[in-house]
Design a protein around this ligand. Structure first.
Ligand code: NAD
Ligand code: TYD
Length: 338
C-alpha cells in the first residue's frame, strides 16, 4: 500500500509517521509537509533513513504539487494544519489558507487521483464549548458551533470534506480528536510550555481563573486510533477520540510542578484568552465500540512519561525554543532536493 501523510513533521503527524514506518515496513509512506514553524524534521530522525519513508516539502494548498504527490496513493491522512488557537486570534489568515483552502485543494487532488481512503484529522473544538456545570459531551451528531478562528477553519475544512464525500463519493473518515500531549509537543501549547518553563524556573502563564477543562489524550494513543481507523473505520463515518478524563488546567499544571518538584509560585495568572472555550468533552463510545480503540495511558501515567521525555530531550526543546531546529531541514534536505 502507498500511504500519504500531510503534516507529518508536526506533533501528532510525526507520532503517526514514526509508528507507521516502524510497524508497516511493507508500505511506502510519503510525508508531505510545508515545514511551517510547527514542522520539525528532527521529530522524524528515528525513521528518516528507512527505505519505506520519503519526505516531500510541499504546501497542501498547491494544486500542482498535490496532484503529483498523490499519484498512486491508496490512503491519505490529512494532519496538516495551523493548530494553535492563540496564533489564530492574532492572525486568522494562515488558518484560512491552510485549513480551509489547503484542505479543499488536497481533497480535489485526492479525488483526481482516486485515493481509496482519506482520514481527515479534525478537533473537538469544532463543536464549540460546554459549560462546567453541565454533564453534556460532544458526539458525532453534535452540530458545529466553532468559537475561535482556529475552530472555525477546522469546521469549514470538515464541511468541505463532507460535501466532497456526499457529492463525489470521496471515501472519507473523520476523526475529531481531543487535546493531545506527549513527546515532540511544540512548546507553545499548555503542557510542553509548562514543563519546559518549569524546568527553566520560569513563570507559567495561567489564562484567567485556570478552571477551563480539557480532555488530554496521549499522542501515541492517537497514533493507534489513526491506525485502527485506517484498518477498521467505515467510510462515511465520524469517530470522536478522547480519554473521557476531564481536567481543569490548574490541576494539570499542579501535577506537572509536583512531578518536577517545583513550587506552585511559578504559576502566574495572566489575562484570559479572548473568547476562551470553557470546556470540551467527547463521547468516544463509538470509537471504543466500533473500532475497538481505547487509551493505553491514563493521564497520570502519560504525563509522567511526557515529563521524563522532556527531561531526557532538553536539546530538542531548547533548539525549538531558540528557533535553531529550522536549520535541520537545510542540512538534511535542501541540497538533495534542489
Ligand atoms: P502541529 O501544528 O504540531 O503540526 C502541523 C504540521 O502541518 C506541521 O508539520 C506543519 O509544518 C504542517 N503544515 C502546516 N501548514 C501546512 C501546509 N499548508 N501544507 C503542508 N503542511 C503544512 O499540529 P498537530 O498538533 O500535530 O495537529 C495535527 C492535526 O490534528 C491538525 O489537523 C490539528 O488541527 C488536529 N488536532 C490537534 C490537536 C492537538 O491537541 N494537537 C487536537 C485535535 C486535533
Ligand atoms: P492549548 O494547549 O493552547 O490548547 P487548546 O486551546 O487547543 O485547548 O491550551 C489548553 C488550555 O490551556 C486552554 O484552556 C488555554 C490554557 N492555556 C493557559 O492557561 N496558559 C497557556 O500558556 C496556554 C498556551 C494555554
Amino acid at each position: 500500500m502507498k500511504i500519504a501523510v500531510t503534516g507529518g513533521a508536526g506533533f501528532i503527524g510525526s507520532a503517526f509517521v514514526r509508528h507507521w514506518v516502524k510497524n508497516h515496513p511493507q508500505d511506502q509512506l510519503i510525508n508531505i509537509d510545508k515545514l511551517t514553524y510547527a514542522g520539525n524534521l528532527e521529530n522524524l530522525k528515528e525513521v528518516e533513513k528507512n527505505q519505506n519513508y520519503k519526505f516531500l516539502k510541499a504546501d497542501i494548498a498547491d494544486t500542482q504539487a498535490m496532484l503529483k504527490a498523490l499519484d498512486k496513493v491508496d490512503t491519505l491522512i490529512n494532519f496538516a494544519a495551523e493548530s494553535h488557537v492563540d496564533r489564530s486570534i492574532t492572525d486568522p489568515n494562515p488558518f484560512i489558507e491552510t485549513n480551509i483552502k489547503g484542505t479543499a485543494v488536497l481533497l480535489e487532488a485526492a479525488r483526481e487521483n482516486k485515493v481509496k481512503k482519506i482520514v481527515h484529522f479534525s478537533t473537538d473544538e469544532v463543536f464549540g464549548a460546554l459549560s462546567l456545570d453541565s454533564k453534556k459531551k460532544f458526539n458525532a451528531t453534535t452540530a458545529h458551533n466553532p468559537r475561535s478562528p482556529y475552530a472555525a477553519s477546522k469546521a469549514a475544512a470538515e464541511d468541505i470534506a463532507r460535501a466532497y464525500a456526499n457529492t463525489y463519493d470521496l471515501p472519507l473518515i473523520i476523526l475529531n480528536v481531543s487535546n493531545n500531549y506527549g513527546p515532540f509537543h511544540f512548546p507553545e501549547k499548555l503542557i510542553p510550555l509548562a514543563i519546559t518553563n518549569a524546568m527553566e524556573d520560569k513563570e507559567i502563564p495561567v489564562y484567567g481563573d485556570g478552571l477551563s477543562v480539557r480532555e488530554w489524550t496521549h499522542v501515541e494513543d492517537t497514533a493507534l486510533a489513526t491506525e485502527v481507523a485506517i484498518a477498521k473505520g467505515v467510510i462515511g463515518e465520524t469517530y470522536l477520540i478522547g480519554t473521557e478524563e476531564e481536567l481543569p488546567n490548574i490541576q494539570v499544571l499542579k501535577k506537572i510542578l509536583k512531578i518536577l518538584n517545583k513550587p506552585e509560585s511559578l504559576l502566574k495568572t495572566v489575562k484570559d484568552r479572548l473568547g476562551h472555550d470553557r470546556r470540551y468533552a467527547l463521547d468516544s463510545s463509538k470509537a471504543r465500540k466500533e473500532l475497538g480503540w481505547s487509551q493505553k495511558y491514563d493521564f497520570d501515567k502519560g504525563l509522567a512519561m511526557t515529563v521524563e521525555w522532556f527531561k531526557n530531550n532538553t536539546d530538542w526543546w531548547k533548539r525549538v525554543k531558540s528557533g535553531s531546529y529550522q536549520d535541520y531541514y537545510k542540512q538534511q534536505y535542501e541540497v538533495s532536493q534542489e
